[in-house]
Design a protein around this ligand. Sequence first.
Ligand code: 5GP
Ligand code: MN
Length: 315
Amino acid sequence: MNEASIATLKAKIDAASRILIVSHLRPDGDAVGSLLGLGLFLQGMGKDVNMVLEDGVPTIFHHLEGSDQIYKEPIGIYDLMIVLDCSDISRVGDVLDEYGRPDVNIDHHPTNTFFAHLNIVDPKAVATAEMLVDLLAVFNTPLTQEIAASLLTGIIMDTLGFRTSNITPKALRMAAALQEAGADLPTLYRKALIQRSYEALQYWGAGLSKMERDGRLIWTTLSLEDRHKIGYPGRDDADLVNVLSSVEDMDICVIFIEQSDGTVKVSWRAKLGFDVSAVAIQFEGGGHKPAAGATIQGQLDSVKEDVLKATRKLL
Ligand code: 5GP
Ligand code: MN
């Protein structure tokens, strides 16, 4: 992040009174945590802030202060529109369709398409939340406990609890500072990564029972029927892909989640040395080298066949 873009962001924030902040579909801890961290901070500065997630807030993040203030669509006009943790504009869904090019894009995905007027992109950051801790420091205002908790949730979630290959001493020091600011690390960690609903585990069971492999490539599917039969409320995989990636002799794993709109959500995870974001991009998705995703039009079986064929080329 260069000083000039940080100064430009500060000037834009200082000048704005009504601010919209948006993050991505199927929001994860970095989307929700970054949205709340920035949103609550700007509210503390006296700004009129609207926080928007088209898919709403997953129940596992309802404990975060301010999560009940996140809406599913924007209302009215804004002086400043900020998009967080999105590598391209389609990640926000339809919510900005009538609002034009966003003012600011703050993100850490290497596949970012620089879709806003001001693009602050740092692929070295472990989470967008990490970037926000640095960006907000220019205001010289201490982070409240609620803000620290949200931002720490983003860092915990995107590093899977400080264990992804991109973890840095800087991120660890930042987590310590957020704990010092009052964030309850063990509780936030448990709520973000450990605690699951009974239905989520049944959903894992459905996926695990269909797991397949071809050498060091592992995959499984979650159908709409699985989801409905079990009563799992989300459109996501309940993070089952991270369970698949724990198989000792795998290089790449893929999960296919059938959606009700005729698309399939695909998630890839890979060991160090592979770049699954390159395959995700072929299907108009994106992400990071070891973790990427895409939403692909088509039937579950045909999407699976196409994606596995493209993925095998990496091995
Ligand atoms: P997940 O597979 O857990 O949804 O996401 C893994 C990574 O890929 C995350 O960094 C996420 O932001 C990115 N990602 C997931 N789905 C998409 C997608 O449809 N488009 C793009 N550009 N990135 C995605
Ligand atoms: Mn992120």
